[in-house]
Each structure stands twice: as structure tokens, then as C-alpha cells.
Design a protein around this ligand. Structure first.
Ligand SMILES: [Mg+2]
Length: 421
């Protein structure tokens, strides 16, 4: 490990931690202007608890984990909004895209938190502050979500820094100040030290991180087992592992894909052509994991960044791109005519069930399925879009020849073109 100039043993890495503020509630407020500035809670259906409270709601004492009844008692004019995971995952991915412009080392810590290793683009921590400010501003301006950001020589300290000035702060822990910070920070402030560990450490006379870092290792191991070593490292502000390169794992509960248009559009053919590509992409992944989809969501974001989503239960459950596309078109129809130009569209399937019903499919369904599988095979062997629907060409005309259409396309019995020409 390199040493930071003048600070022996200190990593030279510049690590950024970004934590979106009241993420689910902020996404809801961003996509529906009527909710902005209001006390909003995101929750489930029926008897439910608060998943996230907007900062306006928090002022009334509304907290995560409260029942809807308790939240209403704190703030009678609270606005409950049913959570929409597709929308949140979609927004998170847009934020990741901004982060990835600075480094490929973007580690998704949770849906609303990322670590970034910006050492490659920063010569100093002053430079780190400038880049962090830029990223924070862009996420606010382009996605409409505010965040708290911390910059420090390591992940643990960067996370500590981002929590120091919530909401919307930017805190930089310069390597030269780390020792003082460790001596002033109570052990429970660090991520990973919960109430029980804190109580145990306090009983041992350990209250600050500095005291933890200089505690007797054997004593820590005796009290905490193998965690003793890790705790000691935490006390020194060190953590196991570097920032990992970007890897977005879709939750197994749903499969979704979305697309931001190169320019906003009212053209329904263009919207539908992209919708078909997204449907095919979703279907390909559904098949590869052997699932059928029982629910479909369509999410549209308009030119003013407002967004809406609608869901549809699919009975029987589906797995071909054509079926997903047809259902998505029905939902799309309910958004029309568009009052504003369309900026972004997303398709997501959920209520996934194992595809065990093949033997019971009707002949027509079987044929469609065989066709889709055959096309999967051809595209796999000869490259994406060897066989493709007309939609790809419409999308290509709209986007230009350089379009990188991310989907494998299949399942369209009509309108095929041979892409080999
Ligand atoms: Mg957060």
C-alpha cells in the first residue's frame, strides 16, 4: 500500500461515499411535483410500515419502521405513497451512470449508497473535494436527487464523513486530520458497530475509535472472537477490501430494463420500437433464468423529469418478448396522448415463478416459445440482431448508426429483417 505524503501508514487512496437523502421518498417527490415540499412516506399496501420518510415528514418525528397509524398520529397530513422498486432501481442506475463517468470503481453498497475510488482522477484531497462536489451537483441537477457525500482515505472513513453533515453536506477527511478524528469519534458512529458491541466495548473502557485501534488485540479477540481483529482495524480507520469495480445485480424478484432516449420524443413509433427492444431484453433474461413473469410494470419519465408508472397482472404468466411487448403496449396506451415529450422508458417484470408448466402449454404457445428459443440460439451464435424485428431499424433511424442497442432480439413472428445485409 502506498503512503500518503507525510502521513506514515496512511493509504493514498481517495475514496468517496455518496448517500442519497431519503432516497425512496425523494424519488417519489421528484417524479410527482405535487409531492415536493410535502411530508411524504413510502410504504407498502394495507397494514404497513414506513420504509422511508421525506425530510418534511421527519420534522414531525416520522421515522422508518413506524406503522402507518403511528406516522399519521405524528403528522395527520402525511401523504403515504406505495413503494415502487422498479422506479428506485431505475433511478439508482441513472446515478451510477454519472458515477461511472469518473471511475469504473463504483461499488454499490445499497440501493441508495455507493463507494467510489477516485484516486486515479485526483492528485490530492483538495481535488477530491472538487470532484465530489461536481458529482453531487450533477446527481442533483440531472436526476433531481440530493445526497450527502464524504471523501476520505478509506471506505469506512468516507462513510463516516458522509454521515457528518446530513442532508446534502460534503465532508472531506484529509489524511492529516484522521488521527484527531479517530480520537474524537465514539465507536458506535462507525458502520458495523451496533448497540451490543458498543456496550461491550464501553464496559472494557473503550469509547473512541482511537482507543479501539490501540486496544490490546488479544483482549479484543477474547471478547469478540475473530471479530476482535476486525474491530481493531476499524478503530484505526481501516477496512477489509478495496472499492470493487461496478457490478449491478438485479434483485431476483424482478427483471427490468430501461432506456433514456437520445432526445425527448412525442413519436409513438419510436417509443414503441424502444419498448419492443426492452421487452425482448427482459424476455431473454427471463428465459435464461427459467422464469415466467406474473406482473409487468411500465415506467415513463417525461421531459420535465416527472415520471409515472403503471402495473398489470399477467394471467397466464408470460416469458416471450412478444407477450411482454403486447402487454406493455396496452399500458402505454393508458398514458396517451402524451402531454409532454417522453425522455425515458422502463419495463420491468416481477412476480416471477419457475417455468415448470411447459408440458401444459397449448400448441400455439409452444410454437411461439420454440421460435423464441431458436432465435436465442441464432443470435447467440452469430451475434445480437442477426435476426431482429423492424423495431431495431426504427430505433436505429432515430438514434443514428452508432446506437448500441443492448438487447438480444427475438420472438417477433412478423416483420423480421436479416441484419446480415
Ligand atoms: Mg440514504
Amino acid at each position: 500500500m502506498e503512503t500518503y505524503k507525510g502521513v506514515p501508514g496512511m493509504s493514498s487512496k481517495v475514496i468517496l461515499h455518496m448517500d442519497m437523502n431519503a432516497f425512496f421518498a425523494s424519488v417519489e417527490q421528484q417524479s410527482n411535483p405535487a409531492l415536493r415540499g410535502k411530508p411524504v412516506i413510502v410504504c407498502g399496501r394495507g397494514r404497513t410500515v414506513v420504509t422511508t420518510a421525506s425530510y418534511e415528514a421527519r420534522r414531525y418525528g416520522v421515522k422508518t419502521g413506524m406503522s402507518l397509524y403511528e406516522a399519521k398520529k405524528c403528522c395527520p397530513r402525511i401523504i403515504p405513497v406505495e413503494g415502487n422498486h422498479v422506479k428506485y432501481a431505475d433511478t439508482a442506475k441513472m446515478i451510477h451512470e454519472i458515477c461511472l463517468e469518473y471511475t469504473c470503481f463504483v461499488e454499490v453498497f445499497s440501493i441508495d449508497e455507493v463507494f467510489m475510488d477516485i484516486s486515479q482522477v485526483c492528485e490530492s484531497f483538495d481535488c477530491g473535494r472538487i470532484i465530489a462536489k461536481r458529482i453531487q451537483k450533477r446527481v442533483k441537477k440531472e436526476i433531481g436527487i440530493s445526497s450527502s457525500v464524504g471523501v476520505a482515505p478509506g471506505k469506512l472513513l468516507a462513510k463516516l464523513a458522509s454521515g457528518r453533515d446530513k442532508p446534502s453536506g460534503l465532508v472531506v477527511f484529509n489524511p492529516h486530520d484522521i488521527e484527531e478524528i479517530l480520537s474524537q469519534t465514539p465507536v458506535e458512529d462507525i458502520c458495523g458497530i451496533g448497540e451490543r458491541t458498543r456496550a461491550k466495548l464501553n464496559n472494557m473502557g473503550i469509547e473512541t475509535l482511537k482507543e479501539l485501534g490501540s486496544a490490546d488485540t488479544q483482549l479484543l479477540i477474547k471478547s469478540f472472537g475473530f471479530m476482535g481483529n476486525i474491530l481493531k482495524k476499524m478503530g484505526k480507520g481501516e477496512e477489509p477490501g478495496d472499492v470493487s469495480p461496478y457490478c449491478w445485480k438485479e434483485p431476483l424478484k424482478s427483471i427490468g430494463h430501461s432506456n433514456t432516449f437520445p432526445r425527448d420524443t412525442f413519436n409513438i413509433d419510436v417509443v414503441k420500437s424502444f419498448l419492443s427492444l426492452l421487452s425482448e431484453k427482459v424476455a431473454g433474461r427471463l428465459r435464461s433464468c427459467g422464469r415466467l413473469a406474473g406482473k409487468l410494470s411500465l415506467y415513463i419519465r417525461f421531459s420535465d423529469f416527472s415520471g409515472r408508472s403503471r402495473q398489470k397482472t399477467l394471467s397466464p404468466a408470460v416469458k416471450t418478448g412478444r407477450d411482454i411487448f403486447m402487454h406493455a403496449c396496452r399500458i402505454l396506451k393508458s398514458f396517451m396522448p402524451f402531454k409532454k415529450a417522453v425522455r425515458h422508458i422502463g419495463v420491468c417484470v416481477s412476480s416471477l415463478i419457475p417455468d415448470r408448466a411447459q408440458g401444459f402449454l397449448f400448441e400455439k404457445e409452444k410454437r411461439k416459445e420454440k421460435l423464441a428459443e431458436a432465435m436465442d440460439k441464432i443470435n447467440k451464435r452469430y451475434g445480437d440482431f442477426m435476426i431482429r424485428p423492424l423495431a431495431v431499424d426504427i430505433a436505429r433511424d432515430f438514434t443514428g448508426p452508432d446506437i448500441e442497442i443492448p438487447a438480444k432480439v427475438h420472438g417477433f413472428p412478423a416483420g423480421f429483417r436479416n441484419a446480415g445485409k
